[in-house]
Design a protein around this ligand. Structure first.
Ligand code: NDP
Ligand code: GDP
Length: 326
């Protein structure tokens, strides 16, 4: 049986990646940190109806010994490091924790791999947030980084440490520089999900307005289901490498809102209110990725449009609220 080890298995990508790997016949082991609400940490896996198919391993990316033990026990052939404090806005309030989990946490996983599973293949969840104040209008693997948040800076550190471990210790370690990707199990604090949940609540008469920050920001949004396929493809290559994963289309938050509200027959302009408290200390104004290398070398391209994804998310949030109200 092919065994795989995933950190961040309870997150959005952990759920979609697990579903993909189970489908491909892997035995999926996921690192789960101790929680006082253990009954709800697997909510995203439950949404995809795979919560009983994952084997949970107790541990934390901050605890190197737990990682070494986990890798010795599991003996995986592939390791996906998805664990992070992943919300940019919170990273200004918790910069040290973000550095520890999102930055050093990745090095802990690399160290554990070097010590306990050196022949495994490693995936690091790098981020388009590393491009920050963009140095080129379209970002590719060779675009310099200019992170604009503690989150972006922590991801840049983890990215270079992954490259360094690849070059120093000849580990099969790859960075996927993924642009924003969403789904019905995206964290509720991220703007797409906040908007689809807001549109659903307003449609059902549970709220009248939705407060947002900078709606002129632009993002290159794709679907998690497409993006986890790229992660897997990277680890199937003979040689480790870095890849940008993006759609090549950028859209404003304002336009994304219009799509979401229109799907339930509402006009976003009548409901979205701007709240200055939701602006960030430093903004990433626009992101737009060039996925040509992934297409050429991995044969990867996105299959789900922004419109399809937002509509799927609105429908899911409508259904969730209907169930809660029933
Ligand atoms: P989520 O925030 O949904 O998931 C983060 C995961 O990390 C959760 O499973 C969380 O566990 C886990 N985690 C947090 N802290 C620790 C810790 N100390 N030890 C072990 N696990 C921990 O993120 P996504 O699924 O959206 O993203 C996956 C990865 O990809 C992240 O690294 C993210 O930064 C990165 N990324 C995401 C992008 C996106 O648009 N989604 C874009 C580019 C990169 P718990 O459930 O207990 O909180
Ligand atoms: P990020 O790109 O990882 O920071 O993903 P987010 O979904 O959190 O934010 C995307 C963009 O939406 C950023 O430029 C935010 O400033 C902007 N945005 C505007 N209003 C909001 C809001 O209310 N919540 C969030 N999360 N982002 C917002």
């Amino acid at each position: 049986m092919k065994r795989v080890f995933i950190t961040g298995v309870t997150g959005q990508d952990g759920a979609y990646l697990s579903a993909l790997l189970l489908e491909k016949g892997y035995d999926v082991f996921g690192l789960v940190r101790r929680s006082s609400s253990a009954d709800i940490v697997d909510a995203k896996l439950r949404w995809l109806n795979i919560h009983n198919d994952i084997r949970f391993v107790d541990g934390d990316v901050l605890d190197l010994s737990s990682l070494i033990r986990a890798l010795r026990d599991v003996e995986p052939i592939e390791i996906y490091n998805l664990a992070a404090q992943s919300f940019v806005k919170s990273s200004w309030n918790q910069p040290l924790l973000t550095g520890q989990v999102t930055g050093l946490g990745a090095v802990n996983v690399l160290e554990a791999m070097r010590l306990a599973a050196p022949t495994a293949r490693f995936y690091q969840a790098s981020s388009s947030e590393m491009f920050g104040l963009v140095r080129e209008p379209v970002q590719s693997e060779s675009t310099p980084f200019y992170p604009r948040s503690p989150y972006g800076a922590s991801k840049a550190f983890a990215h270079w440490m992954t490259t360094n471990y690849r070059e120093s210790f000849h580990l099969h370690a790859s960075n996927g520089i993924l642009f924003n990707h969403e789904s019905p199990v995206r964290g509720i604090e991220f703007v797409t999900r906040k908007v689809t949940d807001g549109a659903a609540r307003i449609k059902l008469g549970l709220a009248r307005e939705l407060r947002l920050g900078n709606i002129d920001a632009q993002r290159d949004w794709g679907h998690s289901r497409d993006y986890v396929r790229a992660m897997w493809l990277m680890l199937q290559q003979d040689r480790p490498d870095d890849y940008v994963i993006a759609t090549g289309r950028t859209t404003t938050v304002r336009e994304m809102c219009r799509i979401a509200f229109q799907h339930v027959g509402l006009d976003a302009e009548n409901h979205v209110k701007i709240d200055p408290d939701l602006f960030r200390p430093a903004e990433v104004d626009v992101l737009l990725g060039n996925p040509q290398k992934a297409l050429a070398k991995l044969g990867w391209k996105p299959t789900i449009s922004l419109e399809q994804m937002i509509e799927e998310m609105v429908d899911a949030d409508m259904e969730r609220w209907r169930q809660r109200m029933a």
